[in-house]
Design a protein around this ligand. Structure first.
Ligand code: TXA
Ligand code: MG
Length: 319
């Protein structure tokens, strides 16, 4: 079992030795390694059972590091970084020579982000290299938002989880790239599209995986999935009738619902707040998945702001 600890120096030591450490961020926990240590990076793919064609995000602590990692950085990228970093925004940029191909899955672009978490920023500052870190979950499973989630996933092969408490945003970063001058969103995430558009004007959203045409290769349809069957619905009552003979877990927006006679009800927010709901989403799915239910019925959110991102994750979980 991995050690769960708040010891940043110990995390640094392990990373300096070429080992992997799970790190907290404000979105989800990441499974980190030195971007220049091939063994450490290969081990990330192996631990996660992630295919090598799916590139990793490079984590930095200072905007100046951008110039060491990327070239031809568009003005809008600088604007977005200045507005949202440290924070839940990943920029896809043309990569600079010297960034290992294994990180970028042989693409000529690289994903970069500065996470907004004090312990991880302190750790990054203490290192001589950036950290590559995908979400610290086995491929296609629910992302971890607590140190305990990570430790449970990786009982063998991971020495340490740096404990930074529960993730405050709770869903992954929004991934933004550039096609000519156009700003494109490849993954909906913890920063709403509306927030991005306030800074750079209208964007294009390309977050759906089409065969052979996935720009962010991780955007496979099935993702973030619990083992329990899950459906996403607008109308709870109709679904309850349909599955009345089953052990049902309900995942609802807020507490303003009449009491349903089901095995378990989980609320994402007391008052239907989108940010609070996003923060609680994966922990709720982890919890429901451990209850031996026949089915999880999740209530669809309104498709605005973070509701959009939450619906995206829930619909991938249903595949
Ligand atoms: O919030 C987050 O972004 C978390 C925390 C740990 O930082 N990380 C995360 O990493 O979600 P991961 O690997 O689970 O998802 C990264 C996504 C994948 O879908 C990957 O395909 C895409 O980013 N990606 C990475 N580099 C890319 C690139 N050069 N071009 C296109 N997509 C890229
Ligand atoms: Mg992931």
């Amino acid at each position: 079992m991995a050690l769960i600890s708040t010891d940043i120096l110990r995390a640094k030591d392990l990373l300096d030795q070429g080992k992997n450490v799970a790190i907290p961020t404000e979105t989800v926990y990441g499974l980190a390694g030195n971007i220049f240590n091939e063994k450490a990076i290969k081990n990330i793919f192996e631990l996660k059972k992630r295919p090598l064609f799916n590139p990793l995000i490079v984590h930095i602590h200072d905007r100046k590091q951008l110039e060491n990692i990327a070239i031809e950085i568009p003005e809008n990228a600088h604007k977005l970084a200045a507005t949202f970093w440290p924070g839940s925004l990943t920029l896809i940029l043309k990569k600079k020579e010297g960034i290992p191909d294994i990180i970028t899955a042989n693409k000529d672009t690289v994903g970069i982000r500065m996470p907004n978490h004090d312990a991880t920023l302190e750790l990054l500052k203490s290192l001589d290299y950036p950290l590559a870190a995908p979400s610290a979950n086995p491929y296609t499973q629910i992302s971890p938002t607590t140190a305990q989630h990570v430790a449970t996933y990786f009982e063998d092969g991971l020495e340490m989880v740096l404990d930074g408490g529960p993730c405050t945003n709770g869903i992954e970063s929004t991934i933004v790239g550039f096609e000519n001058e156009q700003v494109v969103i490849y993954r909906l995430g913890a920063i709403a599209v509306e927030e991005i558009e306030k800074i750079v004007g209208p964007v294009i959203i390309k977050n759906n995986h089409k065969k052979g045409a996935a720009i962010a290769p991780g955007m496979v349809k099935k993702h973030y999935a619990p083992r329990t069957k899950i459906i996403l619905v607008n109308d709870i009552d109709t679904s309850l009738l349909q599955y009345s003979s089953k052990q049902i877990g309900l995942l609802l927006h807020n507490e303003n619902h009449s009491s349903y006679k089901v095995a378990h009800v989980e609320y994402l927010s007391r008052i239907g707040d989108f940010k609070e709901s996003a923060a609680n989403l994966y922990a709720a799915l982890h919890k429901l998945d451990q209850m031996n239910l026949d089915i999880i019925i999740a209530q669809k959110f309104k498709n605005t702001d973070l509701g959009n991102s939450i619906n995206d994750r829930l619909s991938r979980a249903t595949q």
